[in-house]
Write a new protein. Structure first.
Length: 285
């Protein structure tokens, strides 16, 4: 009888965590008079659910009066980071409290941890996307050769792709952090959707009278004409089968950064023959 009650309480806790992970805050766990670990976790989850519910409602009201959706998205995503970290801590606590023989429950917790990590990645992506649309950013002389080198070293890109820089990339006025985001997302996109064990990426620049064109060309499967505009949309995944971890935010972030800088980005691709993402940066005055 005691084991059945324990299993019931554990199932309720796991269901509650699942509801929170899916942003459903309508449930509330009941506590017993035992004042044990399960009651402590139940109270913690109820408080977390209520906190998230209030934040989401408040942010929704803010959105109604805020003309800039990007600022709303940034605020919401930033505020959700802390509760998600708390949720992960509760999952770890719950995992430690389980009997070692309860493998089924441990498997549920493992899956919930994966959901939690994906939600955190989504929040980080929304933060990057919302910041990308802010036009008032500090500009400095940026060497795009150095930016590529920095991203290659920090992200260990060479483990997944052969990247070749053709000639010299420009040195222009740009925001350094934004430039790093552009390079990182374009390289990451090429690697994720290459469909090959090892991706080949070529980066080069062409000079024009008032601007440069910088292109990132890969040897991936290419993109059909009807999808070439869609891929820049937020949460758009044209080929999710290659990488289920993709959130469809990277290219939208790149587009936001480039357009916020007063430049443009486009795609040239033939199915089966790779893709070239090309964007402009203004020459120094």
């Amino acid at each position: 009888m005691l084991n059945q009650e324990k299993d019931k309480r554990l199932t309720d806790i796991l269901d509650m965590i699942g509801c929170i992970a899916s942003l459903d805050f309508s449930r509330e766990l009941t506590t017993s008079d035992q004042n044990d670990m399960f009651d402590a976790i139940a109270l913690g989850l109820n408080m977390l659910s209520e906190e998230l519910k209030i934040q989401v409602v408040d942010k929704a009201r803010l959105d109604e009066v805020n003309s800039k959706l990007e600022k709303f998205a940034y605020t919401t995503a930033h505020d959700l980071k802390s509760p998600l970290n708390s949720q992960y801590g509760l999952l770890q606590l719950l995992e430690l409290s389980l009997d070692s023989s309860n493998q089924e429950a441990k498997e549920y917790i493992k899956r919930l941890k994966l959901i939690n990590e994906k939600m955190k990645s989504l929040v980080e992506g929304i933060l990057a996307y919302s910041v990308a649309h802010f036009k008032d950013v500090i500009k400095e002389q940026v060497d795009w050769n150095e930016l590529v080198k920095e991203v290659m070293e920090v992200d260990t890109i060479s483990k997944f792709a052969d990247v070749q820089v053709i000639g010299k990339l420009p040195v222009v006025l740009f925001n350094k952090t934004a430039g790093i985001q552009v390079i990182r997302n374009l390289l990451d996109n090429a690697i994720k959707y290459s469909g090959k064990e090892r991706c080949e990426i070529r980066i080069e620049a062409k000079a024009f009278e008032k601007h440069y064109q910088i292109s990132f060309t890969d040897n991936g499967p290419g993109i059909a004409p009807e999808n070439q505009e869609k891929i820049f949309g937020l949460f758009n995944q044209v080929e999710p089968s290659f990488k289920s971890s993709s959130l469809g935010i990277g290219l939208a972030t790149v587009k936001g950064i480039i357009e916020a800088a007063g430049e443009r980005i486009w795609l040239e691709s033939t199915p089966g023959a790779g893709a070239s993402f090309i964007f402009t940066v203004a020459r120094n005055p």
